[in-house]
Design a protein. Structure first.
Length: 69
């Protein structure tokens, strides 16, 4: 993920090439990122390189601009 001047660019790796369900995580990332107050625009790209690993998504994600808890 890159954020430059409010423009959010996310590249997501799917676990299965050709999976017809990639629109669901892509759409979810688009919605979630656009709800961040400092996000002006959001671009989500799906890729299959490097190959996805199901265990890679088990760690919590926190944007670089996250508020302290």
């Amino acid at each position: 993920m890159d954020v430059v001047g409010g423009a959010v660019r996310i590249t997501m790796t799917a676990t299965t090439p050709g999976c017809p369900a990639t629109s669901f995580p892509k759409g979810g990332a688009q919605v979630a990122a656009s709800e961040v107050s400092r996000a002006v625009s959001v671009d989500v790209t799906m890729t299959f390189e490097p190959p996805g690993r199901p265990t890679a998504s088990n760690r919590p994600f926190e944007p670089r601009w996250a508020s302290p808890r």
